[in-house]
Each structure stands twice: as C-alpha cells, then as structure tokens.
Design a protein around this ligand. Structure first.
Ligand code: BGC
Length: 751
C-alpha cells in the first residue's frame, strides 16, 4: 500500500515550509510500527554488481525482503536511473507504507565528469568555482537518480601520510570552513526539492584527519583546544550552510568512538549547534565499536550508537537486528528512535521524495545532462586554477610554442585513469585527457616524443593491493635517458597513481613511489632542462627535485580535463594562480607539519650550533613549500599595509594593502591575511589565516585590497568550547603565502 499522503503533490504546499513538513512527518509517523521506524534508520549498500533490478541470493535476498517490508530507509551505491527506479519501486510499491528510499552515493568530485580532487580544487582558492563544481556534480548525479552525496569531507589534516587528504581542503580551518560552505551550497542549491540538487553530508565527525601516525582509521587523541579550533570549525560552517546530514567517523576520539560519542553528536551538533538534519554512521562504524573495545557485541553497539545520536546505520545491520528488542526491553527509549526517524523523514520530505519518489528518475534527462560539454569546460577551467607553480628558475616556463624538441617522460603522462584520482566510482576508467594528449592536441608545432620510463604500478590498477607494490624494475630508465638526450626540454610527469591516495592508502614515505626518483636523477644527468609535472593526491617530499630541477608544477589529479589544463599552463595560456592548501614537508619526520603551529618556550634556533631549542639536529623546522605558497609567470609586490582600528567605536579593524603586478604579464594573485593574537589565556598559533582575496592585475597595475576583522576573526575557542575575544595586541601579516613578513600591529580592549 502506498501511504495516502505520500504522493500528493500540492503546489501550494512548498517543501521548504518547515512547520508543514513537521506536521507531515508526525502524521506519517503515527502510522508506523516500531519496526518500520527502525527500518528508516537502516541503510544498505546496493547490489553493486547486479545487472538487472533485483538482487538474487544470500544477503542480497535479505536486503530485498527488508525492502519489501519497509525495513530499509536508504540505499547507497545504487546509481543510474534504471537501477534507482527498480529499487525505489520496491520500496514505494511493495512496502506497507510506501515510504521512498533516499539514495546516497559518494559523489566526491564529480559523478561522470570529474573535477580535480578536492585538495586540488582548494588550491584554486576560488570559492565560487568550487561551489560551481559541486553544483555540476549535483546536476549530473541527480540526473542519475541520486538524492544524497556523502560529501563534502571537511576533515582538517596536517598529515600527508594519510591518504584521505586528497578528499579534503587541507590543513587550515578557516579556508576549510569556507570551502565546506561553498561545497554544501553547491550540492544543495537554494531548493533541495529541485530535481537537480543533492542533500550534502559533512563528514567525518570528528577528528578523522588526525589519525595517529597518518594511518587510516587509527586512534585520534587530541586536546580540546585542537578539537574546537582546528577540527570542528568546518563542521560548524557546514551546519551554518544548512547541510542536511552529517556522517560520523571510524575513529576513536579521546577514548570514545566517534559513532558512540554523545558529546559530539548530541551535545555539540544537535543541541549546541542546533543541527536539524540526521547523522549517518560510516560504513559499519556501529559494528566497529566492538573491535575498538567499546561495545561488547552488536546489541551494545546499536544501543551506544543510537543513544549517542547516530540516526542511520550504514551497513552494520545492528540497528535492524537489535533496536526493536532494545526498545521492548526498555534499554533504549522509543523517543530516541522517534527523534532519529523524524530527522530522516524530514530530509526526505525536503528532497521532494514524497511528492514524487521518481522525480530524479528521468532517463531522458539522464542522457541529456550527464557528460555535457559545458561541464567539461567548467572542469577545464577549475583544473587550470588548481595547478600550483612551485618553481620556475630562469623562466623555463612557459614553454616555447615552436622549434622545440620535447621529451615527454613518465607513465603517468599517458595515463587516462590516474588523473581522475580516487573516488570516481561512477566515472569510466580511461576517460581523462592525458598530458600526452593535451600536449599533442595543443596548438603548437613542437616535436614531442613520449617515453614511458619506469613502471609505476605493476598493472592497470583495479585493487588497492596492487598499488601497495611499487615496481622495482628499472627497465625503461635507459629509454627515458636516451630520449632526454636529444631534447631541448624534458617534461617529466611523475608522482602517485590516482589510486595511490584516498581511503586506506596511507604511506610511510612521501617520496616519489617506485623508481621514479632514480629515473629523474638519471635523466637530469644528461639533460637538466627539466619541467617536472607532479601528479599526486597529497604533499610529497621532493627535496632533491627542488634543489636540482629548474621548473616544478604541482598538477595533482585534475580530473577529466587534466591533460588540457596542464598543457595550457605549460604553454602559458593560463598563468598559474594556485596556492598550496597544505604545507609540503622536507621529510616525513617533520609531520605533523602545519603553518599555524604554536610557539614553544624555546621557539627558534638561535644559531647553527645551538642545541637546546625546539628544532631538529638533522632538519630545519620549516617546510619545503609553505601553506598558501604558489608562484606565477609574473611577480607581485605588497606594500602600504595600513590598519584603521575602529574596534572601540564600531567593533571592527579595517586592514588595507596595495598589491602590484611587477612583472610583464597579467596574473591572478591571492592575497592572504594572517593574524597573531600575541598573548591569550589559551595560547594561540604563531599566525592564522583570517582572510584572503583574489585579484587580477595587469602588468604594472596596483590594486588596494581591504579586509575587515571583527570578533568572528579576532577570537578563539577556549578549552570549554566557548568563543572568547580578549583584549591585547595582535599582529597582521599580509602577503602571497603564510611566511609573509609584511607586518602591522594593533591593540583592542574588550569591555
Ligand atoms: C568512507 C566514507 C564513505 C562510505 C560509503 C566509507 O568507507 O569512510 O567516507 O562515504 O565508505 O562509501
């Protein structure tokens, strides 16, 4: 039977009307049995390899049976109109109340048309473009029947060993918060019930990016100051942007698994931040509380998770198997179930699923929308902006457009899958434009020869396991060297395969995998005129290259249009403007490495041979490339930093600076404002990003950029999580990266 009110579509009752939706939810809930309510809290993964609509045996049969009973509220990994329709039909037409499923999917950086990996997108520092990228992903994914994306990942991380840094916005909570908002807005749009928007998920709440030793899923033990000031701000920003769902995390946070963490999910998120959406667990994270040594069995796990505020269980089965009897035995109050179900149903109403459970299922739209040229143009645009120029000695770049023999070297240069990066579960392998194709298609008359060089991975990778084995076969180096010998310029595309970063891809070394370093050095011996194009999902340790190679371009994994974007930067059609969202360490021993560190009692080494200072005896403290760093084919100069302190009268401090393009061509610069609160009741970092602005400048042009600092920028969270603004002196640093020395100071008195 189909729930009577479920499919009424009255144009006078817009879904945005919260009271009305609440009333509809209440009325629906009054019809539901306890089992049906718990069913809404149950999420199953789809039938990944099914070719027809119906699952067949074993677990699949059980899932099907539960669908028919109305014991499933959501499915993930079902995509494509035909598949979504088939599953939705079972829920709507065969279950007693016909409550539609909400279909979730990891749309992380595009659905079929793939944007740069999120870390790379962040390097553009272009919030509008990042928002548009999420908008595009929503448009494509929703056309494939998806309602809900498990993105954005807003985990701050200071540890490049952690493979999932590719999915986030890097190390900084201020930038991370703005990117979180942009992505949430992009996915959700202004109207969640429109069929081209998706509900978004802020994940993984919380602390997942602080996994000890950068090892995925590892324990997280951080103090309250770090939790409130570094980890939580992007999550709070997502709530402010009206994100509809949260995902909790696999990790233990300070001894309590995030999934069973009442402080995080109930006290902070739902009460203090007033989050009205629902929390989904991570994949079996409810069940994993047993392995954590927190819950003794599935029953305890279900009880802890629901009590802590995890509303929906992804694939652990413990809710569906345990919650009813927990309620019947009086161990879990039905109020908790009701609260969770209300939250889930509310989002379904907001998505318009009760008006039309198939409104996302239009095969014609699916065909028309997915893979449109305009999406490729947009991805191309953002990919160019995501590239960071790390080094360019003697203006080796841009390349001349004619008369050059170019030796293109490196397996990654011809790879059409790797540029897509990780989390591309709906995109096709071999669908990206490779660097080789990009250069060949480019309107230039150079002679290009390509050599594969050493193999990076043993075979076209389909499984993570293969990627853990870096090939040690040096065959290919000789050919690379021979080809470099005859070239005017060598372009080497080296780094990590797209599937060498991402979930479960932690590394203990951040060097170029396999024998790539050896090949680089061998080529350098015969021709030092090298442009190194890096493809990677995280910061790498490239000291040797930094010392020897004249030009280095950080090109990440840039998605479907990677090769075109790289060609456009190498030839100088696009003047690189990206800035690093994560510090690049000199060596793994420096990790965790981040620009917004705190001073110690012995802050700086006073001289070469001094010992008792907070430093290393075998490395300097500073990164190879700092946060916020990135060069251009032109130069920028900052001057006349002035402060207009109106704090006493108007509660704000105005800052202005002049930026001049001192080079010979137009360019885009991201001016960054860093603040230091000199003395505070809880110590503050040596500097913190508190503002940035992008300006486009013609050669010689000067623009004045203004910033406004209010209590929102001047304060910090104390150890109880309260926002504090304290009297005292502050320093401002302004410039093109986090090491800028252009400084001014001011004082405020807080009454
Ligand atoms: C990841 C999540 C993801 C989920 C569903 C988990 O392994 O941690 O980020 O959304 O799988 O695919």
């Amino acid at each position: 039977m189909v729930f009577a009110g479920a499919c009424s579509s009255d144009p006078n009752t817009p879904n945005k009307n919260t009271d009305l939706i609440d009333a509809k939810v209440d009325s629906l809930m009054s019809l539901m049995t306890l089992e049906e309510k718990i069913g809404q809290m149950n999420q199953y993964s789809g039938f990944m390899d099914f070719t027809g609509p119906r699952p067949k045996e074993g677990q699949q049969a059980k899932k099907l049976e539960h669908l028919k009973k109305g014991w499933v509220g959501s499915m993930l990994n079902v995509h494509g109109v035909e598949n979504v329709m088939a599953v939705q039909k079972i829920a709507v037409e065969e279950s007693r109340l016909g409550i539609p499923l909400i279909m979730g999917f990891d749309v992380i950086h595009g659905y079929k048309t793939i944007s740069p990996i999120p870390l790379a997108e962040t390097a553009s520092w272009n919030l509008e473009a990042i928002q548009k990228s999420a908008e595009m992903a929503a448009e494509e994914a929703s056309a494939a029947g998806i309602h809900w994306t498990f993105a954005p990942m807003v985990d701050i991380s200071r540890d490049a060993r952690w493979g999932r840094v590719m999915e986030g916005a890097g190390e900084d909570p201020y930038l991370g918060s703005l990117v979180a908002k942009a992505r949430v807005k992009g996915f959700q749009g202004d109207d969640l019930s429109a069929p081209n928007t998706l509900a978004a998920t802020a994940k993984h709440f919380a602390g997942y990016g602080f996994a000890e030793s950068g090892k995925d899923y590892n324990t997280v033990d951080i103090g309250t100051s770090t939790l409130h000031n570094m980890v939580n701000p992007p999550f709070k920003a997502a709530v402010e942007a009206d994100v509809k769902t949260f995902m909790n995390a696999f990790n233990v946070l300070n001894g309590i698994p995030a999934t069973g963490n009442k402080y995080l999910q109930r006290d902070l998120l739902k009460n203090q931040w007033d989050f009205k959406g629902f929390v989904v667990s991570d994949w079996d994270s409810v069940g994993e509380m047993i392995a954590h040594g927190f819950a003794k069995d599935g029953r305890a796990a279900a009880k802890y998770a629901v009590s802590a505020g995890s509303d929906m269980d992804m694939e652990s089965y413990h809710y569906i198997e345990q919650l009813a009897s927990l309620v019947e035995d009086g161990e879990v109050s039905e109020d908790l179930i009701n609260d969770a179900v209300k939250r889930i149903l509310k989002v379904k109403f907001e998505l318009g699923l009760f008006d039309n459970p198939y409104q996302y299922c239009d095969e014609k739209r699916e065909k028309e929308v997915i893979g449109q040229q305009k999406f490729h143009d947009q991805v191309f645009d953002l990919a160019k902006q995501s590239i960071v120029l790390l080094k360019n000695e003697n203006n080796l770049l841009p390349l001349k457009k004619s008369g050059q023999k170019i030796a293109l070297i490196g397996e990654l240069a011809a790879d059409k899958t790797s540029p897509l990066g990780n989390w591309i579960i709906a995109a096709e392998d071999n669908s990206a434009v490779s660097v080789l194709e990009g250069l060949e298609k480019y309107d230039a008359t150079n002679e290009i020869t390509f050599e594969n060089g050493v193999k990076l991975v043993t075979s076209q990778p389909t499984f993570a396991q293969e990627l853990k084995i870096n090939n040690t076969d040096s065959a290919g180096i000789a050919e690379a060297v021979a080809s470099a010998k005859n070239a005017d310029v060598v372009v080497m595309v080296l780094g990590e395969h797209g599937r060498q970063s991402g979930e479960g891809r932690s590394r203990t070394s951040l060097d170029l995998p396999g024998l790539q370093q050896q090949m680089l050095e061998a080529v350098y011996e015969v021709n030092p005129n090298i442009v190194l194009v890096l493809n990677n999902g995280r910061p790498l340790t490239i000291n040797w290259a930094d010392k020897h190679i004249p030009a280095i371009v950080e090109a990440w994994q840039l998605g479907s249009q990677a090769g075109n974007a790289i060609a456009s930067v190498l030839y100088g059609d696009y003047n690189p403007s990206g800035k690093l969202p994560m510090s690049f360490p000199k060596n793994v021993g420096q990790i965790p490495l981040y620009y917004n560190y705190k001073s110690t009692g012995r802050p700086a080494p006073k001289g070469e041979n001094e010992v008792f200072w907070s430093t290393y005896i075998d490395s300097s403290n500073d990164p190879l490339y700092p946060f916020g760093y990135g060069l251009s084919y032109t130069n920028f100069d900052y001057k006349n930093l002035t402060i207009d302190n109106r704090y006493k009268e108007e509660g704000k401090v105005l800052v202005s600076v002049e930026v001049q393009n001192t080079g010979k061509r137009e360019g885009i610069e991201t001016a960054q404002l860093y603040l230091q609160d000199e003395y505070a009741s809880v110590t503050r970092p040596v500097r913190e990003l508190k503002g940035f602005k992008q300006v486009e400048l013609a050669p010689g042009e000067i623009k004045t950029i203004e910033f406004e600092l209010t209590n929102a920028e001047l304060g910090f969270y104390d150890n109880d999580g309260e926002w504090l603004v304290e009297s005292g002196s502050f320093h401002i640093y302004l410039g093109g990266d986090s090491t800028s020395q252009l400084k001014q100071s001011f004082q405020i008195t807080v009454k």
